[in-house]
Design a protein around this ligand. Sequence first.
Ligand code: F6P
Length: 255
Amino acid sequence: GMMRELLGLKELEQQLEQLLSVNQVIVVPGDSSEEAWVKHDLGRAAVEQMSLLAEEKWNVAVAGGTTMAAVAEVMKPSSKLKSLVFLPARGGLGEEVENQANTITSKMAQQSGGSYRMLHIPDQLSKEAYESLTHDPHIKDVIRQIRSSRMIVHGIGEARTMALRRKSTKQLLQSIEERQAVAEAFGYYFSQQGEIVEKIQTVGLRLEDVQQADHIIAVAGGRAKARAIRAFLMHGTHDVLITDEGAAREMIQLC
Ligand code: F6P
């Protein structure tokens, strides 16, 4: 509408599509680094894209974080969304309960009328416990479903912010510093050039599964995240980026 025209959002979107080689960029007004409500606008734009792009009965893998929690909060029932199966993208990643992928997955199903499956994998596991859990037939089946998701919706974070938020070990903090990680998504840490420099041991989506999905929707905004969003998108071709003006203007400065 008028507001979008006045703010030049269309131009911003087109510029970013070219600079970042993303099929579609959607920019909502505001800066979620400054104003928390902007996350709900990011959420509404994400729900709209999910409804448009998903096909009936698809498996949809969803990540954790506060942005994804906002997507779940603003989700509403629709005949398309109702037919979807929501799955957590990965096992425990050290988030608070309300920001865990499992919680967000069940909330999306509740809000939309869709169904969901959970993945019960604790955050801190010994190698032995981890191996025996992943041999459990029920867990194995959920993992298989997650990996065959046709749509993936996820957040992006700054590497150091995420490592601290997850109360990561000194070794991990040191490693991401030495290897100059700037971005994080699904438990993978990425350098400025989009190379993987660290990853958290848990089950669920691997990057090769992500690349096989029909639609990959990244939802991340805020000026403070501009470098991280750009670095993560350097890793490969993305489908849709939903961001805000704060991050968008800053990314253009960086390019
Ligand atoms: O921990 C889950 C996760 O999706 C991360 O992969 C991502 O970096 C982060 O959450 C984003 O969180 P937020 O939306 O709160 O910035």
